[in-house]
Design a protein around this ligand. Structure first.
Ligand code: ATP
Length: 325
C-alpha cells in the first residue's frame, strides 16, 4: 500500500469537572485527582511528509502559539521519532480553535494529534498504550487528550480511568482576555494555603459527581462541579469572579473555572438553555462558546487519499458529529 502524503487529525479540548489538588510531591508536581471531559471545541493538526519537523499555526490566536521547537506538537513529533528510532520529519500545520492558555489543554491536544498523525504518516504502527506512554512524558494532560470521552486522572492527571457518561451535556464556555500560566496558578494556590495554614489532604475523586455523570443527572452534576485551583485563578484574574456570578444569575446549573483557568465553564439544562445562556453571556459582554461533552477523542478526518474512499467519508461524518466549531 502506498504511504499517505499527509494526515489530518481533529482533536477536542478538555474541561475539568473536578480538580482536587493535594500536596506537592518530591518531584515538584502536585498530587491531583481530576475528572476530565472532552468537549466539542477542536483543533485540526495536519502532518505531511518533510525532511525535518516544522510547524505553522493558523487561526485568530496563531500569534499566541510558538511556531518553533517549543511548540508541543513539534516536541511530540520529535519525541515519537526518537522513541521509534526513526529520523523522519513532518511539516505540521495547526488550525488553532481551542482558547490558548485557557485551561482547556489546547497544547496537549495538539501534541496528542501530532502523535497520532505522525504514527500514521511514518507507518510506525504504535498502539494507543504506547502513544499514551510517550504522551505522559510531554505533559500531564496529553494522555487524556489521546483518549477523549470522560475519565478520572490521578497522579499528575496522567493515570486514567475511563468513566461512563449516560448522556452528552451542554456546556457554555466563557474564555477570558489573556491567559493564565498553569505553573503560576499552582504557585498561587500554594501561597494561599501557606497564608491560611491549610494543609492539603490526599485528593479524592468525588463519587457524587461520577454518579451524576453516569446517570446523566445534570442538576446533580452542576452542584458537584469543583476546582481547588479556583481561588488562585480568581486572585490572579479578579474579573473571573464577575463571570462566575453572571453564570449563577443567568441560571446555569453550575459553573467553575476550568483547570488552571481562565476559561469559565457553565453547565446548561439542555441545548435550548445552553443557547439562551450563551446569548445572555454575550449580551452581558462575555462572548461565550456553546459546546457539547463528552465527545470522542482525536480522529483522523483526512488521510490524504482521494475522497472516493469510504473511510474518508465515514470519518468526516464522525468529525461533523462533533458539532459546534
Ligand atoms: P492546560 O489546561 O493543559 O494547563 P492551557 O490550556 O492552559 O493548558 P495551552 O493552550 O495548552 O494552555 O498553552 C499553554 C502555553 O503553551 C501557551 O501559552 C503557549 O505558549 C504554549 N504552547 C506550546 N505549544 C502550543 C500549542 N500547540 N498550542 C497552544 N499553546 C502552545
Amino acid at each position: 500500500m502506498e504511504h499517505p502524503r499527509y494526515i489530518t487529525v481533529e482533536v477536542p479540548a478538555k474541561i475539568n469537572l473536578q480538580l482536587a489538588v493535594g500536596p506537592v510531591r518530591e518531584d515538584g508536581y502536585h498530587e491531583v485527582v481530576t475528572v476530565y471531559l472532552a468537549v466539542s471545541i477542536v483543533d485540526r493538526v495536519r502532518a505531511s511528509t518533510a525532511d525535518a519537523v516544522t510547524v505553522e499555526v493558523v487561526g485568530p490566536q496563531a500569534d499566541r502559539v510558538p511556531a518553533d521547537g517549543s511548540n508541543l506538537a513539534v516536541r511530540a513529533a520529535r519525541l515519537l521519532a526518537e522513541r521509534a528510532g526513526v529520523s523522519y520529519g513532518a511539516r505540521l500545520w495547526i488550525d488553532k480553535r481551542i482558547p490558548v492558555a485557557g485551561g482547556m489543554a489546547g497544547g496537549s491536544a495538539d501534541a496528542a494529534a501530532a502523535l497520532i498523525a505522525c504514527n500514521h504518516l511514518w507507518d510506525l504502527g504504535l498502539g494507543k498504550d504506547e502513544l499514551v506512554e510517550i504522551g505522559a512524558e510531554l505533559g500531564s494532560d496529553v494522555p487524556f487528550s489521546l483518549l477523549g470521552g470522560a475519565a478520572v486522572g490521578t497522579g499528575r492527571g496522567e493515570r486514567l480511568r475511563p468513566l461512563d457518561a449516560e448522556r452528552v451535556f451542554t456546556w457554555v464556555l466563557v474564555p477570558a482576555d489573556g491567559g493564565l500560566a498553569t505553573p503560576a496558578v499552582y504557585a498561587e494556590c500554594d501561597r494561599i494555603r501557606e497564608e491560611t495554614g491549610v494543609v492539603p489532604a490526599p485528593p479524592r475523586a468525588d463519587e457524587d459527581l461520577i454518579a451524576a455523570l453516569a446517570k446523566g443527572d445534570a442538576h446533580a452534576l452542576g452542584r458537584a462541579l469543583a476546582n481547588d485551583l479556583e481561588p488562585a485563578a480568581l486572585r490572579l484574574n479578579p474579573s473571573l469572579a464577575r463571570t462566575l456570578a453572571t453564570g449563577r444569575e443567568l441560571g446555569a446549573l453550575g459553573g467553575l473555572v476550568s483547570g488552571s483557568g481562565p476559561t469559565c465553564v457553565f453547565l446548561a439544562e439542555d441545548s435550548h438553555h445552553g443557547a439562551a445562556l450563551s446569548e445572555a453571556f454575550t449580551a452581558a459582554g462575555h462572548p461565550a462558546i456553546h459546546a457539547r461533552g463528552p465527545v470522542h477523542g482525536p480522529v483522523v478526518i483526512d488521510d490524504g487519499r482521494y475522497p472516493g474512499d469510504d473511510r474518508w467519508f465515514g470519518s468526516m461524518a464522525l468529525a461533523d458529529s462533533l458539532g459546534e466549531r
